[in-house]
Design a protein around this ligand. Structure first.
Ligand SMILES: Nc1ncnc2c1ncn2[C@@H]1O[C@H](COP(=O)(O)OP(=O)(O)OP(=O)(O)O)[C@@H](O)[C@H]1O
Ligand SMILES: CC(C)(CO)[C@@H](O)C(=O)[O-]
Ligand code: BAL
Length: 283
């Protein structure tokens, strides 16, 4: 079994039109490739909800605020196609940058509020790049539903708001973070971790879990944030960009775990930036 690889908007449109004519429900799973179990969990969820599943693979230059990060982003298309085939995904859409951004392309989609703070504060332009390409992928595929991981929790909110604000008729489905057995959130960028860094990396999730547990037990937020940041640095991380409690439903800042909340973190381990988040239940 193999997955059909499509590289042009014209072929994408033609195939989706034939599916629509047959009355089939269509799902899209946007990715930047280097597929791992996190991505595959989204594809499995999509296959449960739709009769045709399109996985998109596009390393989107507009969302990289750091050119080195763009250059070194893992590109493994043949392996990705081989991983998708046994699952039964129906199409891998892999456009070239000129297909997505033809000469003269001049539109940027900016989603306010939920793009601000957290990763938005440290990756200028990143969520504009994400929102622009995701709007295009939603419109190009015309899918009924789209699947995104909670690992990129702020991105999930940006994409939900984008679809709602622009009246794009698509259901955005969030899926739980898939972790390695030691707790590290699986991410394509984990391949950049050196062996000694890989041994330290799970301490990020461990520190988050401990903080969530303390907050659920009624501990005050400010001291927990300070001790958790200190624990992450003591484990060997070089910098904690943010560690913040936000409302689960709309990402507004919270002063205490008084509503279903998320504790979100970004931290540097050597040259690799890791993000993670955990749910915090009310006391
Ligand atoms: N561990 C995971 N569990 C669930 N979903 C995930 C996981 N990792 C990535 N995803 C989701 O897969 C989709 C594509 O993400 P992407 O291709 O950027 O992979 P990634 O592993 O997040 O890579 P990176 O963070 O290094 O860019 C996003 O919706 C993302 O949230
Ligand atoms: C949603 C996405 C595919 C847009 O390029 C990307 O941000 C990602 O892989 O999470
Ligand atoms: N995984 C979200 C996309 C990015 O980090 O660029």
């Amino acid at each position: 079994m193999s997955v059909a690889i499509v590289r042009t908007r014209a072929e994408l449109r033609e195939t989706v039109a034939s599916w629509r004519k047959a009355g089939l429900k269509v799902a899209v799973v946007p990715t930047m490739g280097a597929l791992h179990e996190g991505h595959l969990s989204l594809v499995r969820a999509a296959l449960e909800r739709a009769e045709r599943v399109i996985v998109t693979l596009f390393v989107n230059p507009k969302q990289f605020n750091n050119p080195e990060d763009y250059a070194s982003y893992p590109r493994t298309e043949a392996d990705d196609a081989a991983k998708l085939a046994p699952l039964g995904a129906h199409m891998l859409y892999c456009p070239e940058p000129e297909e997505v951004y033809p000469q003269g392309f001049s539109t940027t989609v900016t989603v306010g509020t939920v793009s601000e703070g957290l990763c938005g504060a440290f990756r200028p332009g990143h969520f504009d790049g994400v929102a622009t390409v995701v709007a295009k992928l939603f419109l190009q595929t015309g899918a009924d539903c789209a699947f995104f991981g909670e690992k990129d929790f702020q991105q999930l909110h940006v994409v939900r708001r984008l679809a709602r604000d622009l009246d794009i008729p698509i259901e955005v489905v969030g899926c739980p973070t898939v972790r390695e057995t030691d707790g590290l959130a699986i991410s394509s960028r984990n391949v950049h971790l050196k062996a000694e860094e890989r041994a330290i990396a799970p301490k990020l999730a461990e520190a988050l879990r401990a903080a969530a547990h303390a907050l659920e037990g009624g501990a005050a937020l400010a001291p927990i944030v300070e001790t958790t940041k200190a624990a992450i640095l003591a484990a060997g991380f070089s910098k904690v960009e943010y560690l913040e409690l936000r409302a689960e439903a709309d990402l507004t800042p919270l002063a205490a775990a008084d509503r279903p909340a998320r504790l979100l973190v970004a931290a540097w381990l050597g040259a690799t930036r890791l993000i993670d988040n955990v749910k915090v239940l009310p006391e």
